[in-house]
Design a binder for this molecule. Structure first.
Ligand SMILES: *Cc1c(COP(=O)(O)O)cnc(C)c1O
Length: 220
């Protein structure tokens, strides 16, 4: 099926309150443009320089989400345009994002990546670390970032029960962090669910899903 058909099929079945991030990593601009012409405006990439190139080449009404692990020294390449950074998992990175956002006189929205998977390879924080950051003096000084929610990636497994357990855990983390409301912190978004598990994620309270292969086909 075409990218347009895939996209329309997914969108048709999606509850209205769910934001669909089209994960276009490794795919050529022509594929992204096919999705764009089908109405898609939110794209997710996991490499900063690849995202910056695509941002250059494509219409300016697109919202670009950084969904991958972020290296501090590369934040500068996306600070002028990135719309949401999903994978924030430490204060130092947040301070760097704040510094680069300030240079462009803007506020960059971020999500705290919470570790929900069993695999050691997956990044993320404990809830205790996230709440400690929010309550720190250093955090209160960051005027050019805003924490708007949490993100998590489930274990790569076919065991639906385990995936559900991990998504339930992310939802409960969100509920625990939500009471912290500050000028630079308001929990509204739960980014969870990919091609293989977004139905479970939505049932568990996701508000934002990141879907790649079900739209653009499998990656090499
Ligand atoms: C690649 C990626 C996705 C999309 O994965 P699919 O299985 O292709 O839908 C979602 N989230 C993150 C963080 C990714 O790196």
């Amino acid at each position: 099926m075409s990218i347009e058909q895939n996209l329309n099929n997914i969108k048709q079945a999606l509850p209205k309150h769910i934001t669909l991030v089209a994960v276009s990593k490794t795919k050529p601009v022509s594929d992204l443009m096919a999705a764009y012409h089908a109405g898609q405006r939110v794209f997710g990439e996991n490499k900063i320089q690849e995202m910056a190139k695509k941002h250059e080449a494509m219409p300016k009404d697109i919202k670009w989400h950084m969904i991958g692990h972020v290296q501090s020294n590369k934040v500068k390449y996306m600070a002028s345009f990135v719309s949401l950074i999903h994978g924030v998992d430490n204060l130092k990175l947040l301070q760097q994002i704040n510094k680069q956002a300030k240079k462009h006189d803007r506020i960059i929205d971020c999500l705290f990546q919470i570790k929900i998977a069993e695999e050691d390879s997956k990044f993320g924080m404990l809830i205790a670390e996230a709440s400690a950051i929010i309550q720190s003096v250093e955090f209160s000084e960051l005027k050019n970032i805003k924490i708007v929610g949490v993100m998590g990636m489930a274990t790569f497994t076919d065991a639906q029960k385990q995936i559900k357990k991990e998504f339930d855990f992310l939802k409960s983390s969100f509920d625990k962090l939500k009471p912290f409301e500050l000028d630079n912190c308001k929990f509204e978004t739960i980014s969870m669910g990919m091609s293989g598990d977004y139905d479970i994620a939505i049932a568990c309270g996701s508000t934002m899903i990141r879907v790649g292969s079900s739209i653009f086909g499998s990656r090499n």
